[in-house]
Design a protein. Structure first.
Length: 220
């Protein structure tokens, strides 16, 4: 619930929606459910974390951070981005690293792929996809695709060093019958198209029948 800065839970059996975390204040306070604060939370993913315990990972866009919630007790914890000051929503940037050393900018999407044990992050305003290896205790945030040096990047397919994205948002991993990653679908919102990133980082634009090919309508 981005507008109320909260995480809500939908009970499909009871057909009810209840507040899960956050009292409504805007911030990045990691605490118990009634004391935690969020800042326009957007994407959400579920994944095994420490000792296999399940956690929900939230793209907390205005704090420019990926944060977690333990599934068992709903306590919030930091993963990457932002800093320890729960009122500071301006510690954004583009830096790889661990925990608070890593910097994101208005991340809107997050997705976990069990095949790779990677948490994929749509670092939206940096025009990048970044990853965090949840199977590794270091859990460094690493740039994978895209660059923040281009301010309004057009569609450019190619290998991981040359491909460009523009404000990526939603993410979804495609796996084969053997459980291996085939690639990652990316909602490339700034370019009004869907992109597909292969495991080696090469990117191609998905052709959708009946929709103009953005590669033909953009210049530059």
């Amino acid at each position: 619930m981005a507008g109320t800065h909260q995480i809500w839970k939908l009970d499909l059996e009871r057909n009810t929606c209840i507040r899960y975390s956050g009292y409504g204040g805007e911030g990045n306070c990691n605490d118990e459910p009634d004391r935690s604060t969020w800042a326009q939370p957007s994407g959400i993913a579920v994944a095994p974390y420490t000792d296999g315990k399940r956690a929900y990972f939230i793209a907390d866009s205005e704090s420019s951070a990926i944060r977690g919630i333990w599934a068992k007790d709903a306590g919030a914890f930091p993963l990457v981005g932002a800093n320890a000051n729960s009122r500071d929503l301006f510690d954004f940037g583009d830096e790889d690293g661990k925990g608070y050393q890593a910097k994101l900018q208005h991340c809107l999407g997050v997705h976990y792929c069990d095949a790779t044990k990677q948490l994929y992050i749509a670092d939206t305003y940096n025009h990048k996809i970044k990853t965090v290896d949840l199977s590794n205790s270091n859990r460094d945030c690493v740039s994978w695709i895209g660059t923040s040096k281009e301010k309004n990047p057009h569609v450019r397919d190619g290998d991981k060093k040359s491909a460009l994205l523009n404000e990526p948002n939603g993410l979804w991993a495609k796996t084969n019958n053997d459980g291996n990653l085939v690639g990652l679908y990316i909602a490339d919102t700034g370019n009004d198209c869907i992109r597909f990133a292969k495991p080696d980082g090469s990117v191609e634009t998905v052709e959708l029948h009946g929709i103009p090919d953005v590669r033909e309508t953009q210049s530059g």
